[in-house]
Design a protein around this ligand. Structure first.
Ligand SMILES: [Zn+2]
Length: 288
């Protein structure tokens, strides 16, 4: 059964570790993430962007697939199914479809409008027992066509949004989506520290987890980050393993063209990436 991300993130914040959000794109992705979480006894959040939602033919399909896998694979660790960077309309659709968690990304609105829309969603998800992530300060890089620069959020604005009663808060601290450029200046721990000072025990969310050095991840966790989003890194691992299989001509040997064989190295590469991240984030063995 899907659960809200609230309990797992409050435990993570108190226990000084982070739960990974791994974005899913298809059946192989979902199976790889769920089985790795179960093997490592770790709580997990499956992220779905609006673009990935469309790709998988709609939110109802995803809810059906994930619920089916949880039952058929005997997944007993806590699993949240979460909309990533949702619009207000996307949030409403996911609430209706049976997601257990949503992110409303109102960071591109003026703060007053972000507050107004977030407040409305706090009320709705509260009644449903779901979790809600809000965002302050846009996160750099490209996310479904929206390009941001990697700016730092205003800690006072973070406090305003946190006080609305959201479950977890994403704030820009110099992080960006996708691959980090050579001249990236790193995370702003000063900003993160200031945000945590004002928001207390609110679990903070770090987007753009791909390519942030391990020591920076650990420092971010020590300063209140309890959820880390990983997307690009699984895509790169999948693509790399698939290319190697084809370049080695394995699809031309015997029944190597069978999708269950062709996609197997990519699937294993996603599993290895998820394992590495769960170990780095400290969530291994934390499922209850
Ligand atoms: Zn993001």
């Amino acid at each position: 059964m899907l659960v809200s991300a609230k309990d797992m993130l409050q435990k993570a914040k108190a226990g000084k570790y982070a739960v990974g959000q791994f974005n899913i794109n298809n059946l192989e992705w979902t199976k790889a993430v769920l089985l790795t979480a179960q093997e490592l006894n770790s709580p997990v959040i499956l992220g779905v962007s609006e673009g990935a939602g469309k790709y998988m033919t709609g939110y109802k399909t995803i809810v059906g697939m994930v619920n089916g896998m949880i039952e058929e694979l005997n997944i007993t660790v806590p699993v949240a199914l979460h909309l990533d960077h949702g619009s207000f309309e996307g949030c409403m659709k996911c609430i209706e479809a049976g997601f257990s968690s949503i992110m409303f990304d109102g960071s591109h609105y003026p703060i007053a409008e972000n507050i107004e829309k977030t407040r409305e969603l706090v009320k709705i998800v509260g009644e449903k027992g779901m979790s809600l992530e809000a965002e302050v300060g846009s996160i750099g890089g490209e996310e479904d066509g929206v390009v941001g620069k990697g700016e730092c959020a205003d800690p006072n604005e973070c406090k305003l949004i946190a006080d609305l009663g959201v479950t977890m808060l994403a704030a820009g601290i110099g992080n960006i989506h996708g691959k980090y450029p050579e001249n990236w200046e790193g995370l702003s721990f000063e900003t993160l520290d200031a945000i945590q000072q004002l928001t207390g025990d609110m679990p903070l969310v770090l987007h753009g987890g791909t390519g942030i050095p391990a020591d920076m991840i650990q420092k971010a966790i020590s300063l209140g980050v309890a959820k880390i989003n990983v997307n690009t890194e699984c895509q790169l691992a999948f693509a790399d393993a698939t290319r190697k299989y084809i370049e080695a001509g394995k699809d031309l040997e015997g029944k190597g063209f069978d999708p269950r064989k062709l996609l197997a190295p990519g699937y294993e590469a996603i599993k290895a990436t998820v394992k590495e991240k769960m170990e780095l984030f400290g969530s291994v063995g934390k499922a209850e």
